[in-house]
Write a protein that binds this ligand. Structure first.
Ligand code: ADP
Ligand code: MG
Length: 402
């Protein structure tokens, strides 16, 4: 039987409790990209993603005290990292007023929170204006909690951090998941704990060292683990193949060998590229050269090749669940995007539950136009990776069990 570590993802959500008449402290992820020149919002996806939970709460008669961090003010009141533009935009999207507090736990926030009525929305200032936020300071967490009756966590991107607004606050208030977090937990939690099999995990991206815990955990629980992208070449070298100038982490060769023997011991199928697209230089106008097997000294592998695409696509076609993290090649250069595109297409066309995790992987799937054909694209970069490592995340563990 596959599977070792069991993490409980069955957590209460806003739908499991009565929110009527309650003041809800809602932790959102409004850490959005701002245009440095114009001071305007560069991408509002994270604001629009928060709407379902906010709508739900106000329709059910709660008052919403939203909060978030933005950027890295490092405990300083940097005006360019104020959430005021978020409040204005959120108000436009909600088509109702959103009040902006001038501080986080100060007099302005406290009096506005105290006056808030059911159906109304208040946004606190950037949580990280206080260094106590990232220090998970109990007094700061309690001050946030004192403004509300209930804590709702809807910022998946920060659940791997034990901060005051993501974990500490649950010491002082009943804590449940919002609708965004609910989806992450139900889709990803099921894929890890009780997947529709075969479970195929596809791992790529630049470095083995970023994904050590992920490869290790997925070898435990998956039926097939596929290696592509930059980490291919560390694995190829560990297997005794020549890799030319390809990306390689010499200090991870032993780890790669361990993973190859772990796959054998566990009976997990491990698939590594049979062929690659190589180039003589890492550049946007590098000419792709198809290479089977080992590579000569002048070449570096920048994408998977056609035979590999066929092999990986076949595994995807027979999968019950596919979890993908990490592009198959340097997809930022169009001539090396085909491997990533082909895998995205195979996933889009399969009947499997398809999950994409990781910042660059999510961006690649969006950019290549397959986003709406996946079951789930995880919204957290670091958080998705820690989730896939099977780690217990503090921002999830602190929520009430179902
Ligand atoms: P994610 O953010 O989805 O976890 P990573 O950050 O691990 O993904 O990896 C993404 C990066 O990996 C991309 O910028 C891509 O260009 C790079 N990459 C993929 N394949 C290769 C390769 N063969 N050589 C160098 N870089 C690669
Ligand atoms: Mg990345």
């Amino acid at each position: 039987m596959k599977g070792v570590k069991f993490v409980n993802y069955k957590k209460k959500t806003v739908r499991d409790i009565d929110v009527k008449g309650k003041k809800v402290l809602l932790r959102c992820d409004f850490n959005i990209p701002m245009n440095g020149k114009t001071g305007e919002i560069a991408d509002d996806k994270r604001i629009s993603s928060a709407l379902p939970t906010i709508h739900y709460l106000i329709e059910e008669g709660a008052a919403v005290i939203a909060c978030s961090h933005m950027g890295r003010p490092k405990g300083e009141w940097k005006p360019e990292l104020s959430l005021a533009p978020v409040a204005r935009h959120l108000s436009a999207l909600l088509k109702r007023p959103v009040e902006m507090a001038r501080d986080v736990i100060g007099e302005d926030a406290k009096s506005k929170a105290a006056a808030l009525k059911p159906g109304e929305v208040l946004l606190l200032e950037n949580l990280r204006y206080h260094p106590e936020e990232e220090q998970n300071d109990p007094a700061f967490a309690k001050a946030l909690a004192d403004m509300a009756d209930l804590f709702v966590s809807d910022s998946f991107g920060t659940v791997h951090r034990a901060h005051a607004s993501t974990a500490g606050i649950a010491q002082y208030l009943p804590a449940v998941a919002g609708l965004l977090l609910e989806k992450e937990l139900s889709v990803m939690g099921k894929a890890l704990n009780a997947p529709h099999r075969p479970l195929v995990a596809i791992l790529g991206g630049s470095k083995v060292s970023d994904k050590i815990g992920v490869i290790n955990h997925l070898l435990d629980i998956a039926d097939t683990v596929i290696i592509g992208g930059g980490m291919t070449y560390t694995f190829m070298k560990a297997m005794g193949q020549s890799i030319g100038k390809s990306l390689c982490e010499e200090d991870k060769l032993d780890y790669a060998r361990d993973m190859i023997s772990k796959a054998r011991d566990k009976g997990t199928q491990l698939l590594i590229p049979l062929d690659n697209l190589a180039a003589t230089e890492f550049s946007p106008d590098a000419v792709p050269i198809p290479v089977e097997g080992g590579m000569d000294d002048a070449l570096m592998g920048l994408d998977i090749g056609q035979k590999t695409i066929a092999l990986f696509s076949e595994a995807i076609r027979h999968a019950g669940t596919v979890i993908w993290n990490g592009p198959m090649g340097v997809f930022e250069f169009p001539q090396f995007a085909e491997g990533t595109r082909a895998i995205a297409r195979a996933m889009a066309e399969s009947n499997a539950i398809t999950i994409v995790g990781g910042g660059d992987s999510a961006a690649a799937v969006e950019q290549l136009g397959f986003a709406d054909r996946m079951t789930h694209i995880s919204t957290g970069g670091g958080a998705s990776l820690e989730f896939l490592e099977g780690l217990e995340l503090p921002g999830i563990a602190c929520l009430m069990d179902r």
